[in-house]
Design a protein around this ligand. Sequence first.
Ligand code: ZN
Length: 300
Amino acid sequence: MRKRKIYIKKKLKYRIKVICFIIFTVLILNCVNNIFNSFHISTDETLINENEQNINNQKKENQEENILLNENNSYEISSDRQDIDDNTTNNFERDINKFKNKKLIAFTFDDGPNSKTTNKLLDNLDKYNARVTFFVVGNRVKTYEDTLKRAYNMGNLIGSHTYNHKNLFELDDNQIVDEIKKTNDVIKEVTGSDTLYLRPPYGNTNKNIKNLVNMYNILWDLDTEDWKYKDKFKIAKYIIDNAHDGGIILLHDLYETSIDGALLAMEELSKNGYAFVTIEEMTTLKGITLNKTSNYFNIK
Ligand code: ZN
């Protein structure tokens, strides 16, 4: 009888052990399965996000490429306008009096705006306490209005580089006025502010053109030829070697090498007592009143 009891007890213990083992195994398997699934899903999501990102980047690059190719005949370009607040007032103010005892130099950028390169420059200006002047091509303004608005709201000066970047010597009077008016209108539409400054394409202007456009004609005396070299070190070296008080530097914010070259030069020149100002700030600091009949190669 006692033997029988011991036998039943042993059997029961064995059964409990087996049941426990089965429950434990099921739990472990379930757990492993959950972990695997969640990893799998998150990997898939990452891949999907990355793919979407790549597609978006590709779309953006294609769009930019098309715009660059069609620069001269793209009156109507689809806009990449996103969420823009409608406050177009430039509330930016900086105390330029602190630059009074410094050498002044104006970095000017033609042919933009351009989202990637212009924004790279804007991202880095505060490092050098710098503001610059953009002479924008009118037919690009709506496409890159976010970028232009940002540049303006930061306190950079926005000037005109005409609507289609045509050689003004080859246009009749009506066409010249049209190039100027359309650009000034679109700049005002985006920034809310009139522009008074013009850089004629290729620096080509004359008495008749100046009378027609009725703007301040800003040329340059430091030509980096950045579009030709596309070499940031060469561009930076040219600026550093030729910098002088009142100088106006010609660059193009279409090229990353131009932006990098400008920033390298700022790094060096800031150690040599230079301040980086807009054309307007420079004239204010130097107490110069511009007129609309002169060509300004520098501000002295
Ligand atoms: Zn140009």
